[in-house]
Design a protein. Structure first.
Length: 90
């Protein structure tokens, strides 16, 4: 993984780690349900951002390398797998 992508992903994950701890405290303390859902939604958005970074890294490194080395079929299969996973989220 590219170093800058790794740093960005780890930074976002550390932020989300704090958000998850906060979410657990909110539930434990019986906070207002809408506030809990709002926090949960922010965490999901953060995770989507991490997925975006990882996919960007994959496309710019692994897929490019696969295409250059005659492994187009593998690259296409992986991208279709990612596409199917994204469709399940909807």
């Amino acid at each position: 993984m590219k170093l800058d992508m790794k740093r960005k992903a780890n930074r976002r994950l550390k932020i989300m780690q704090g958000q998850i701890k906060g979410l657990m405290q909110m539930i434990e303390n019986g906070k207002y349900c809408v506030d809990i859902i709002t926090q949960s939604s922010a965490i999901k958005e953060g995770l989507s951002g991490v997925e975006h970074l990882i996919l960007k890294n994959h496309l710019s490194t692994h897929v490019v390398r696969q295409m250059k080395n005659g492994k187009e079929k593998k690259a296409i299969e992986e991208m279709l797998k990612v596409y199917r996973l994204a469709q399940k989220k909807k």
